[in-house]
Ligand binder design. Sequence first.
Ligand code: THU
Length: 150
Amino acid sequence: MERKTLIRAAIDALPTAYTPYSHFHVAAALLCKDGTVYTGINIENAAYTPTVCAERSAFFRAVNEGKREFEAIVICGGMNGQVSEYCAPCGVCRQVMREFCDPAAFKIILAKSETEYKEFTLEELLPVSFGPDNLREPDTAEGGCPHADV
Ligand code: THU
């Protein structure tokens, strides 16, 4: 899928952001390896902490639909829905991406417009990370479960 198409999907989703408190709109468009796209917007909450970011909205929609393999995500955002700066994903969203995506291959695209964007790998934005591999049982005979005595 062309970058332009994925960026357009994110920009089109921006007005739906529910941001009565910060007024900072964020939208994401997540491209699955099978070519499907899930958009997400930030959804704020009067109690603040239940707020969910656009990136996690998109991931959770996709994972709920059974998707597990992802290629790229576009993120855009700005005050009152005006995209003037690049909007980078928060640390929690980077960690959610780490759960499902290959850090060296998954692309995070920060977009200002269909033609103005910056592209990173997940590894660039979340170096030396903790992921599913860390919880895998060691397969050596002398290994044993790292949590056996916990
Ligand atoms: N926000 C996102 O949706 N994604 C991010 O990665 C950064 C922050 C949202 C959360 C909140 O609704 C607003 O931006 C201001 O923090």
